[in-house]
Design a protein around this ligand. Sequence first.
Ligand SMILES: Nc1nc2c(c(=O)[nH]1)N[C@H]1C(S)=C(S)[C@@H](COP(=O)(O)OP(=O)(O)OC[C@H]3O[C@@H](n4cnc5c(=O)[nH]c(N)nc54)[C@H](O)[C@@H]3O)O[C@H]1N2
Ligand SMILES: Nc1nc2c(c(=O)[nH]1)N[C@H]1C(S)=C(S)[C@@H](COP(=O)(O)OP(=O)(O)OC[C@H]3O[C@@H](n4cnc5c(=O)[nH]c(N)nc54)[C@H](O)[C@@H]3O)O[C@H]1N2
Ligand SMILES: [Mo]
Length: 679
Amino acid sequence: MAEEVLLSNCPRDCYDGCGVQIEKRGDRLIVRGNPAHPVSRGSLCRKCTRAYNDSWQDPSQRLTRPLRRSGPKGSGRYEPVPWDDALADIAARLKDTLARYGGGAIMNAHYSGTLALTGFAFPMRFFHAIGADEADPDSICNAAGHAAWGYLFGESYSGFDPRTIRDTRCLLLWGANPAHAGPHVFEHWFAASPALKIVVDPLRSATAAAADIHLQPRPGSDAALAFALAHALRREGLFDEACISGHVLGADELEAQLDNCTPAWGERMTGVPAAAIEAAARAYGRGPSLLWAGQALSRQPAGGNAMRAVGMLAPLTGNLGKPGAGMYYLNFTPALAGLDLDWLTGSALLPRERTAVPWGRMADVMLGERYRMFFCWNTNPLVSAPQQRKLRTALAREDLFSVVIDCFHTDTAGLADYILPAASFLEEDDITFSYFNLLIGAQRKAREPLGEALPNAEIFRRLAAATGLHAPALHESQASLLATMCAQMGIEGGFEGLAAKGWTWMTEAPVTFWEDGRFPTPSGRVEIASASAAADGHPRLPQPLADPPPAAGCLRLLSPASDWRLNGSYANDPGLARRAGPATVHLAPTDAAARGLASGDLASLDNASGSLRLTVEVDTDVLPGTALVYKGRWPQCETAGGNINTLHDGSLADMGAGNPVHGIEVRVTAAMESHQTDR
Ligand SMILES: Nc1nc2c(c(=O)[nH]1)N[C@H]1C(S)=C(S)[C@@H](COP(=O)(O)OP(=O)(O)OC[C@H]3O[C@@H](n4cnc5c(=O)[nH]c(N)nc54)[C@H](O)[C@@H]3O)O[C@H]1N2
Ligand SMILES: Nc1nc2c(c(=O)[nH]1)N[C@H]1C(S)=C(S)[C@@H](COP(=O)(O)OP(=O)(O)OC[C@H]3O[C@@H](n4cnc5c(=O)[nH]c(N)nc54)[C@H](O)[C@@H]3O)O[C@H]1N2
Ligand SMILES: [Mo]
């Protein structure tokens, strides 16, 4: 029998942001979906259900004690040490490094392992106070899109309110696969909607398969496709002249560019039939329509240009600022909720301008001697970052003092001097936001942390004390943080009130963003023509471009979200690893046949950055000319000793130093008999 049932929320980096119900049975927790939550409706996805009820509660799989390296780097030899000893040693090193070289010798690498507000943001107070450099967080994920929509709309964090779908007649999902990336959003929001659905994806993803119209362009031809759609929209009289004249800058300059971008031209540029382009234009243009630009749309070499080109369809057709219409990249609206993010992250503590290194440059930068200390928390770059082999070499530098904080013994942890055990979301009170639905949730502490694990925030409070940093902001208690956040957001009854209910909407009624037609751009309009972009060295307007086809014999590699993992999280869960099967490259039948490959064969994927051997699956959902490999495998769990990012050369997208993971080219051939490893 359950002793107590708590309502909580899942803080993973996922569109869903599920409501969770936790039954306490002594130390054992039964973790399920909250039946009364609008997203999860009583169930969690299969990967989280499995992980949260298994590896996340298993002390033999979790990190439970601070560990100090006791052998050469990479030897895997560690010994447990008391927290106080570990923190004192790290603090001594830190003080010495700060005194000799300053904060610019310390790299702070972090991302979205937990998105709960204090677990995600409070440690930044510490790094601001010591003036550390930062691994540019969004440069691993979606930075090109943020830069692009920054030029176009002035910001990229106020999309549409998903509740507005009740007024929507057409849904256009472009480079997004919520069937994997947000399974509840897919089921209850997308698939359940009576709106006409258009999906733009080179892959026949599960989301594309559920659409009324699937446009299947060659990867990286999205900007050309958007221009062809715009041409068709104009010809059909579906441009919204009032919206354009009132709220858009540069539509006149666009006119001439559009003339040549006929649907027939679009077909040649993208591979999408002209008739399908016209059908999609008619459905989208009539509206009210919602445009969801997936984070994947930005993950190509010219992802910024693609995001600008696709984003302009909304203002050109007046599909924004009214019920059922709008465009979405991400929702992160602390101001709407009332939350003071600068206070939470302590940005005023930073003594100088922020220095951020893009992840594409990280391996090269860390190979040099500039950085003497490496702090890594909430992220596992030896799974997720480019130039995997070079980064491994860099992080194995004997003179680099590194501290990795995680719930699990990751590949990145395996090169640390100190590994510190992080408490999971089941073991700490916190507050969650969703980046899709405008929800605020309580994350509940359902048990004490496993072993000696500590929440992120507490680790940095203690490290601040050990380092002799006494600014009160670095020592604010969890209770005080939660109380202040709840007060800022006007949550009735404070954290206890939120915890009793589980979750609350940020606003009672659905929000219509951009209703007043004013945008935070220099002109206050949507800037299709952007002087800011030009000043940064980009074309004033988005360009009707498509990437050139891959070099002869090469395929374009796509490495999107797996159904069985959340980024790299869960790749180490034995049950989930079994279900996911061996690391596989999916090939179109023609491409497999041309290489003499059949399902079950071993293929070698090679380029200048590395090589990787994977099992072939011949897959009719894959577009000829592309190869599909799902992201997030742990090198230490693979016979190949590496994952797909061994093939990523660290090149940057056109804007925002973004990460063009879907722009890699590889040669795929039948692998020779001997199974060499990739380390
Ligand atoms: N299960 C699961 N859920 C996740 C994650 C996970 O790893 N697993 N990761 C989370 C995170 S951090 C993020 S950022 C999101 C990412 O989720 P999404 O934004 O959906 O991004 P991806 O999974 O990279 O890719 C989505 C689709 O884009 C397509 N695509 C690739 N290249 C192109 C192109 O050039 N043009 C077009 N039009 N489409 C292209 C791919 O084929 C793929 O089907 O998901 C989140 N949710
Ligand atoms: N080839 C390719 N590479 C990609 C992508 C792709 O599509 N293709 N996608 C990119 C994208 S979108 C992203 S967002 C990145 C994601 O890359 P990462 O940020 O590396 O994501 P994860 O591998 O999930 O690593 C998060 C880590 O945080 C840990 N963690 C969870 N909760 C906590 C906590 O409370 N405290 C601490 N300290 N740790 C915790 C988890 O155990 C996990 O090891 O990968 C990028 N890399
Ligand atoms: Mo991401």
